[in-house]
Design a protein around this ligand. Structure first.
Ligand SMILES: [Fe+2]
Length: 248
């Protein structure tokens, strides 16, 4: 629904996603720079529902210094949100996990076996936006040996890869799975990220899609995009590779 149709109230049918599980979002309230309150979280979940999502994996940031979340901080917010969802009569299955930035805080949490995986032992990993982690291949290997299934969050957003896309193939061959943000297709993160996202789609390398929504505005941008001709065409190809609903 565009801003104008929202204001003037002429209802256009919202195009739904072809899957029911959002594996990446910042809807958990008060633990990172996503949702700031239960009310905002409920609005975001209602938007998810409008897009056809019925299962949401909550992947709040876990990063050194800025968001040093623990199992306790996340679980506390999770239980509060679950209660609020029940009270609001919203039909939405919630799962707790996190988006782990590969940094020194992650190293500690990983060594202490404190990670909160998604169902199926999937872990959402985020690179630094400045440069790739030096020993990324070693870490991926180590995690896979320990039984984790590693998913790289929004690889299309790291501009240091866009000039050497062969690296994406290497990482995929090393067992990393790729989660692309729908927002990247819209141009929200710039032309370079959009072009990379389209490159992943063209090469059949999108394993998962995510909203990565931090607020309701993000949800509305995605909803508008789902009604576009580009998405209609693109989603037909994406259905062949995207496995969101197989996680749970
Ligand atoms: Fe995220």
């Amino acid at each position: 629904m565009s801003i104008l149709t929202r204001i003037f109230g002429s209802k256009k049918e919202q195009v739904k996603l072809f899957y029911n599980t959002d594996i990446h979002c910042h809807i958990l309230p008060g633990v990172d720079h996503g949702s700031r309150s239960i009310e905002q979280s409920l609005d975001m979940l209602r938007a998810e529902q409008e897009m056809g999502i019925s299962r949401v994996i909550l992947t709040s940031h876990v990063t050194a210094v800025t968001f040093e979340n623990t199992r306790e901080t996340l679980m506390d917010a999770f239980l509060k949100l679950k209660d609020a969802v029940t009270d609001a009569g919203l039909e939405m299955d919630l799962y707790l996990s996190a988006e782990y930035r590969m940094d020194e805080y992650f190293d500690k949490e990983y060594a202490a076996d404190h990670l909160i995986p998604m169902p199926g032992n999937h872990i959402l990993l985020e690179n630094s936006f400045q440069q790739e982690l030096m020993n990324l291949n070693d870490l991926l290997f180590d995690m896979q040996v320990k039984g984790y299934k590693t998913i790289l969050a929004h690889p299309e957003r790291y501009t240091y890869y866009s000039r050497r896309r062969k690296r994406y193939e290497e990482l995929h061959n090393a067992g990393a799975r790729f989660q692309i943000n729908i927002l990247s297709f819209t141009g929200y993160f710039g032309e370079e990220a959009r072009e990379s996202a389209l490159w992943f789609a063209k090469n059949g390398m999108i394993d998962y899609l995510g909203s990565d929504m931090h607020n309701v505005k993000h949800a509305h941008i995605i909803m508008d995009y789902l009604n576009s001709k580009e998405w209609k065409k693109l989603s037909r190809d994406l259905e062949q590779t995207v496995k969101n609903d197989l996680i749970i």
